[in-house]
Design a protein around this ligand. Sequence first.
Ligand SMILES: CCCCC/C=C\C/C=C\C/C=C/C(=O)SCCNC(=O)CCNC(=O)[C@H](O)C(C)(C)COP(=O)(O)OP(=O)(O)OC[C@H]1O[C@@H](n2cnc3c(N)ncnc32)[C@H](O)[C@@H]1OP(=O)(O)O
Length: 279
Amino acid sequence: MFSTAARALASRSLPRAPSILPPSRSMLTVSRLSPSVAELTLDKAPANTLSLEMALAFSAAVSEIEADPSVTALLLRSSSTKIFSAGLDISEMSGPEPARLADFWRAIQGTYLSLYSSRLATVACIEGHAPAGGCLLSLMADYRIMTGGGPRIGLNETALGIAAPYWLKDMFVETVGRRNAELALLKGTLFTGEEALAVGLVDEVLPLEEVYPRAKEEVLKLARIPAKGRAETKRLLRGAAVDELLAGREADVAWFTEFVLEEGTQKGIKAYLDSLKKK
Ligand SMILES: CCCCC/C=C\C/C=C\C/C=C/C(=O)SCCNC(=O)CCNC(=O)[C@H](O)C(C)(C)COP(=O)(O)OP(=O)(O)OC[C@H]1O[C@@H](n2cnc3c(N)ncnc32)[C@H](O)[C@@H]1OP(=O)(O)O
């Protein structure tokens, strides 16, 4: 839906080095809910983390779905009802090879560029936990429906000693408003579904068994909204943010790689990864 030039720039900047594995579809499944509605299921056990391959497979799948003119809407969900996505795959950032780390970040940018700028109506069905990058993935959709009670969602980066980049942070601010965002980001708050609803981070909260049926109902409804008007409205709402990242893409890669490769960050990442594994 964004300009052809912007699209071309986005795809040209995706990793093409021969060392990168081709996008694997085994981590994702794509199916149809109706002739005009696709369903994209994250299926990478145990936590649907975004590794380089997962991020590449994700954007390739979104682009392929979008390339079919008969599709007008997309439902994003997880094959696990416990974890929607645990965010970035931290092992990608622990003792990384610098060239792969840069490709990893370009691929994460690619997930944002593909989904946030999509012409499709998009609904995230968040049945399980969605911390950090998992929350960000859901923010790239147009509508979020989450399970109440148990699972948590939010940007806990600060609590991990890191900061979300401006283009991801901006989606959060746009969604929950400046003050709610400041309070949540500075504390690294992970919200229950009910708390997330109260700040506008999700749009509906339901018992687990009702989340997927309701998400299907909503995406089928959104699919009937005239596609051209919706796509243009999304472009007007999100185009400037997307164009800003496209213009500063490599500077953002440099920021990320420098930050991650610093000795202190590496110590923190290793300690966090070890704590996750020892749990
Ligand atoms: C960390 C430095 C990054 C520097 C980046 C700088 C800038 C970028 C900024 C922002 C963008 C986004 C960033 C991120 O997304 S960072 C990732 C943050 N994610 C988390 O903190 C979530 C961590 N996971 C959990 O809290 C829990 O797993 C869960 C989601 C609540 C689920 O709990 P549950 O008990 O059900 O499962 P387990 O904890 O047993 O996990 C199962 C299995 O998965 C492994 N795992 C979980 N999350 C990750 C992960 N993010 N990366 C890699 N591996 C992960 C976990 O270790 C278990 O593995 P095992 O081998 O023991 O089975």
